[in-house]
Design a protein around this ligand. Structure first.
Ligand code: 5GP
Length: 120
């Protein structure tokens, strides 16, 4: 079972403007910003604006417009970052075994080098 959404998590605070971020893109459904501790030459996080703990929470509770909006935003950010032609990697960590550290859904976009290994 997913834990209840914690309004005090760091990405909720970024969404409310209480903490700064290096913004890459924003629309009605998503906010994208640079990861504070980049693991690749390009490392962007894309988060939905709604209060979803994880991919599991989002994919069960979000409406179709929200789901589509978020997925399109992830693609848009990668495209605008020039990652489509060279290629890139998407990753979402879910829960304990996924080693998810921030309990607000985030999709990692990794680019700028080739990822031969399974985990960046
Ligand atoms: P997770 O392990 O939960 O999938 O990834 C959390 C990610 O969020 C990590 O890559 C970490 O560097 C990033 N992160 C944690 N706190 C902050 C923050 O305050 N600002 C930004 N921009 N990234 C953060």
């Amino acid at each position: 079972a997913t834990q209840p959404y914690d309004d005090g998590n760091v990405f909720a605070r970024i969404l409310r403007g209480e903490l700064p971020c290096k913004k890459v893109y924003e629309d009605d459904f998503a906010l994208a910003f640079h990861d504070i501790n980049p693991q690749a030459p390009v490392h962007i996080l894309v988060i939905p604006k709604g209060p979803y703990v994880s991919w599991d929470d989002f994919s069960t509770k979000a409406g179709d417009v929200e789901l589509a909006g978020f997925i399109r935003a992830v693609g848009h950010v990668a495209r605008e970052a020039g990652l489509v032609e060279p290629g890139y990697r998407l990753l979402a960590n879910i829960g304990g075994h996924g080693h998810q550290e921030v309990p607000h859904l985030h999709v990692h976009i990794f680019g700028g080098r080739q990822f031969r290994e399974m985990i960046p």
